[in-house]
Design a protein around this ligand. Sequence first.
Ligand code: ADP
Ligand code: MG
Length: 704
Amino acid sequence: MENEKSKIEELFARNVFTMEKMKERLPAKVYSAVEKVCASGGDLTRAQADAVAKAMKDWAIENGATHYSHWFQPLNGTTAEKHDAFLTPGAEDGSYVLQLSGKDLLRGEPDASSFPSGGLRSTFEARGYTAWDITSPAFLKEASTGKILCIPTVFYSYTGEALDKKAPLLQSMEIISAQTVRLLRILGNKKVKKVTPQVGVEQEYFLVDAGNYMKRADLKYSGHTLFGAPATKGQALDDHYFGVIRERVGSFMRDLNFELWKLGVPAKTQHNEVPPGQHELAPIYENANIALDHNQLVMETMKRVAVQHGLRCLLHEKPYAGVNGSGKHNNWSLLTDEGENLLDPGESPERNIQFLLILASVLRAVDLHADLLRQSVSDPGNDLRLGGFEAPPAIISVFLGAQLDDVMRQLIETGRAKGHIKGGKLRTGISTLQDIDKDATDRNRTSPFAFTGNKFEFRMVGSSDSIGEPVTVINTIVAETLSDVCDRLEKAKDIETEVHDIIKEFFTEHERIVFNGNGYAKEWVKEAERRGLPNYRTMAEAAAALTAPASVKLYEKFGIYSRAELESRQEIQYDTYAKTVHIDALTMIEMAGKQIIPGCMQYEKELAQTVLALREAGEVVDTETRRLKQVASHIEDAQNALEKLTKQCAKGAEITDAKKRAFYYQDTIKPTMAKLRAPCDALEMLVDERMWPFPTYGDLMFEV
Ligand code: ADP
Ligand code: MG
């Protein structure tokens, strides 16, 4: 094991049916057919599909696989799999053979009725299909089930609507490629054929001890805590960020890396985050669709490896009140098939017209569809994080940094950019230390959409969410603006002048989306309102963006979603929100009703008995009575809130309209949940710790 583990190069992608492995195992003609479909689309013939399926199956079985599975990403944001053994009846003699046919590879037929479809499917219309995504390699998943050959697929309903997060992403990748190539051609590049969005996802997560986790119903059912007084020590000292990694966490990270490397996930960076118990993993960026698959595998593998180490991995956006939650920074850029990063400003950004045009186009796209971008990162957990002065606010803005901001301003004011701010040297003042080359621009952690050197970093995505939607939105909105630019340039008499005019116009008209200041500041909320930028504070509010006229026009133009599909996705948003809060509320009712209040009443009784006994003995009982009164008053508040919440939940479940239900949970249930939590957290600080029924914040955060 030790020896094996040291050979990372051999180990890397060992469980992946890579293009190289396919090349070794397939007849040359079949392999080139596969390559062609990957590069420019089209279909394999049935005979070719059979050959690929056989090679894939042989490789999988040689490596110990027993089953295959169409692996897909339904609209609930997770991954789905159903395993089928390779075992197939053979000849008439009753024997069995191990088989995977081209048909099995190309198409699966899971029952679609139990996956979210937002009204597109009724339970009696069960048919759905999974179709092989040839651009994403098959892999072996090693778990307690044994080894399963996972075939990445997209998921469609019988009537052809996408029921997953992958199909729209793949579509958006083709669309942005087409529009960007079109633009580059106009600008004189005759060779470029394809442009692929690149995505690198920094994943934050928390670890807790499995024993502690099991004792808390909120963690088990809701994935985050619903009660808990702050621990004596939280993140105030900033001593966890980049701190020495604790032993158990270190061995978890080590195994996690090896598991990910075997799956071909290029895990690169790991470190402790700000709150105790929080960590981060960042892989090297890849094609957006692969990055999506890999991020799903990262989340899944984190959970599995944690269990092996007596830990649990919390991917929820806000596991604990009062300390930072978790997100995933989504780094995005555009790469041509010639290896050019179109977001690289180069040495002199002010003269890089192609870069400035694309940059200005991104600004316009983000400004026109800020609501849709905001919506794409909605999930119930992220509501607890965005705008909480620890993560970006719920208002979309773009950080350009000093250098590009200056170039933009020169262009707006004079129509020309003559120079750029340079980085210079950071003088260390120590003779034995080299001076450090400084970047021209400092970082800004508070910006939701920040330009970071040669990519945009979309920082609002929640830690548990799929990146499918946000990346689909970025690709599509940028493609739309590039398409508008191309329309203009194709009609222009003088392309150079028109390009210049467009850059100036976009910067001038969309300057309002640029904000380089502190996004956590309260003043920004006012300033953004003054600028007319949308501020959708919650998931329920943000869902409106899906059917806004500009969104429908955008998606219909490129054929990604019809209005009906957008309405169904909106319905899923409302429904998911209400259901999630409902579960949280029921969990609170259970914990308060069966654990906290009974435990505290026990303590109350002890106090009452103490008061009686002391009084009988002729002692003064002021102190004991005071404490008893405090406890009794919090218990009363908790019991009142509990009864109210129980009634409200019963009512909520009866509201049939999804939107109304979502807002009822947001506006009525959530405030009552807060009313129940407050006295319970106060009681935690008052009662004998032996009577407190479950592990505290301190236990959860520090016993890792
Ligand atoms: P930063 O510290 O600025 O966030 P890192 O180098 O740590 O940058 O990268 C963070 C993530 O961004 C990593 O996943 C990395 O692979 C990814 N990344 C780096 N360059 C690009 C790029 N051009 N396009 C997309 N993602 C990128
Ligand atoms: Mg980063």
